[in-house]
Design a protein around this ligand. Structure first.
Ligand code: HH2
Length: 261
């Protein structure tokens, strides 16, 4: 899953793809690099990010999704949003997945939009909200609590009419977690995989990689590959990354090694 942030303020590439043509160009490049899914976002969820209005988010992403869907590249489009109105417009423009970092909690209409359109959705764990989540996150048992949360959100989605086979789960690396929480989640990923749905993992360029390696966001590719390979080995199946080509190579090698066929 390649990331296309149509924002001025995303933590690693803010402002690079805010322009419609730049975003479409980047999307095409990620397809050429081997992305199967492109995840378009019009609102940063980095720690401390300010909320964006529905109108602004629509303005940023819908045209880009229309252009990419029209280009018929064979890639699946995902919309990274917690707003039902944005999801609805993105689906009308060609999106087949809704990636909701609030796991259907932020907007009461979101579950209905996903169910009625029978699109895929990713339910992610987050403690608190982006403005406050990194203040002082605490868990007794981070892996157990995240797994329990995702199980509850999966049941909620199914109850709202979303087909179970449409749902992917994500432990939300960096969303209300310390470095140690993120490492524990990667270590214990099999507990999330055991919930029976495909697991999405998003470590790409994130700050815990910088805290361990001492590197800036632009220099975290090696750490990104390492964590994605680890996640693959523990059963994750969707890898949300900014640098598709390099991570894909890492995953191909991991798959060739792990799957002795
Ligand atoms: N991480 C980010 C955004 N959306 N969605 C899922 N499912 N999992 C993630 O780990 C995840 C996500 C943050 O990364 P990015 O989009 O690059 O940054 P920003 O939120 O600043 O735009």
């Amino acid at each position: 899953m390649g990331v296309v942030n149509v924002t001025p303020d995303s933590f690693s590439d803010g402002g690079q793809f805010l322009d419609r043509d730049a975003a479409v160009h980047h999307a095409r490049a990620l397809v050429e690099q081997g992305a199967d899914i492109l995840d378009f976002g019009g609102e940063s969820t980095r720690p401390g990010a300010q909320a964006v209005s529905v109108a602004e988010e629509l303005e940023r992403v819908v045209g880009v999704i229309e252009d990419v869907a029209r280009a018929d590249t064979g890639v699946q489009v995902s919309i990274d949003t917690s707003k039902a109105e944005v999801a609805r417009a993105a689906i009308a423009a060609g999106a087949k997945y809704v990636n909701d970092v609030s796991a259907l909690r932020a907007d009461p209409e979101m579950a209905r939009v996903v169910a009625e359109n029978d699109v895929g959705c990713c339910l992610m764990h987050m403690l608190g909200d982006p403005r406050t989540m990194q203040a002082d996150p605490r868990y007794d048992d981070v892996v157990g609590e995240v797994a329990e949360f995702l199980e509850e959100r999966l049941a909620f989605a199914i109850d709202a009419g979303v087909r179970e086979e449409r749902v992917m789960l994500d432990p939300g690396i960096g969303f209300g977690k310390t470095v140690e929480h993120n490492l524990e989640l990667l270590r214990g990923l099999d507990s999330i995989v055991a919930l029976g749905r495909p697991v999405v993992i998003g470590t790409s360029r994130k700050s815990f990689l910088g805290q361990i390696t001492g590197r800036d966001t632009a220099d975290r590719l090696a750490a990104t590959i390492a964590t994605n390979v680890m996640a693959y080995e523990r059963g994750a199946s969707v890898f949300r990354v900014h640098d598709v080509a390099a991570v894909r190579d890492g995953l191909l090698m991991a798959a060739a090694t792990v799957n002795d066929e």
